[in-house]
Design a binder for this molecule. Structure first.
Ligand code: C5P
Length: 312
């Protein structure tokens, strides 16, 4: 098989329909039960062979204006460099590639934008280097790169346990409509987990369990039931760092959202709505509120990372 000259992979962002956080473990991570749900906001990642000895180079652009691309590092601290270097080291390949990232997922927004880039880079490199690992084989590497990366390979809806990296698919019905209110200043995930620990200091943190109410709502495909079942234990922690998120969530509820919550570690707020008309009304209300920098609509569930461009 000839080597493709470049590979482009499209990877989705996610919301956590349930994010139940347990106590901190000895390795510093928290035990989680997360119901991951991929949404139709995407990053496109193109991996192209580079000059011998060039190493991994990174370039970032915005698929939409105001997507926060300026906050994404292009040096070796970018998560895609870690992902590609790890895979290359395992197979004794010289990692001389250029990675071009087009961002549609908010940066540092609690929607796994960095994890999406890492998952996409792994799938692209697997194809470029003809390793034949596929999603299952890449999962081990994905888990080493970040807790949310394995889920992004598979997309749709899945239960994440451990620190979020152990993935079990969840069968769901129906399609859902969402509105996302983004902030132009991201929140650091470790800082939000740190705030969670401070808020819960001295209290017993229960062992996280999957919510039967949420699972039932997902089996029924009812947006109303899903809206009532949304739950994010990191929300108070994110609000303690960004108090204005509380007003944004309240505004969403007042405007008829079926459910509203901080997405993952925030600061993006996710609003589940009945249909596209309700989504448009909510976009208008939130855009005019002055509480967020950008508001977008997206439907769900979305497929996992997939190749969308390869010359061969
Ligand atoms: O795995 P990932 O690199 O996405 O995690 C980023 C940070 O989020 C970790 O360094 C840790 O501070 C926090 N985290 C956590 N427990 C988890 C997942 C992430 O404390 N289960």
């Amino acid at each position: 098989m000839s080597t493709p000259s470049s590979v482009t992979v499209r990877a989705p962002g996610k919301v956590n329909l349930q994010l139940s956080v347990g106590g901190a473990r000895e390795d510093g991570f928290h035990e989680l039960v997360s119901v991951f749900h991929a949404v139709e906001l995407y990053d496109d990642v193109t991996v192209t062979p580079g000059e011998p000895g060039a190493g991994v180079t990174v370039e970032v652009s915005g698929a939409v204006t105001g997507s926060g691309v300026g906050q994404v590092p292009t040096d070796k601290s970018n998560i895609v460099v870690k992902a590609i270097t790890l895979l290359a080291a395992e197979y004794a390949i010289e990692a001389d590639v250029h990675v071009s990232i087009s961002k549609g997922i908010p940066v540092a927004g609690g929607m796994a934008g960095g994890s999406a880039d890492a998952a996409a880079a792994l799938l692209a490199a697997d194809h470029l280097w003809d390793l034949g690992l596929g999603r299952e084989g890449l999962c081990r590497f994905a888990a080493m790169v970040g807790s949310d990366v394995p889920f992004i390979l598979f997309g749709a809806t899945a239960l994440g346990t451990g620190r979020g990296e152990v993935i079990t698919p969840v069968l769901t019905r129906g399609k859902y409509s969402w509105v996302f209110a983004m902030s132009d200043r991201g929140l650091s995930t470790p800082a939000v987990y740190g705030a969670f620990d401070r808020l819960n200091a001295g209290r017993p943190v229960p062992h996280p369990e999957a919510s039967p109410t949420l699972m039932k709502a997902l089996r029924s495909g009812s947006s109303v039931d899903l809206g009532l079942a949304l739950r994010n234990d990191l929300q108070p922690a994110a609000i303690s760092l960004r108090p204005n998120l509380e007003r944004l969530l309240e505004l969403g509820r007042e405007c008829g959202a079926l459910g509203s919550m901080v997405s993952g570690s925030g600061p993006t707020c996710a609003f589940l709505v009945e249909d596209e008309d309700s989504a448009l009304d909510l976009v208008a209300a939130l855009s005019g509120s002055g509480e967020c920098s950008r508001v977008v609509r997206a439907s769900s569930p979305a497929p996992g990372a997939r190749i969308i461009g390869s010359p061969e």
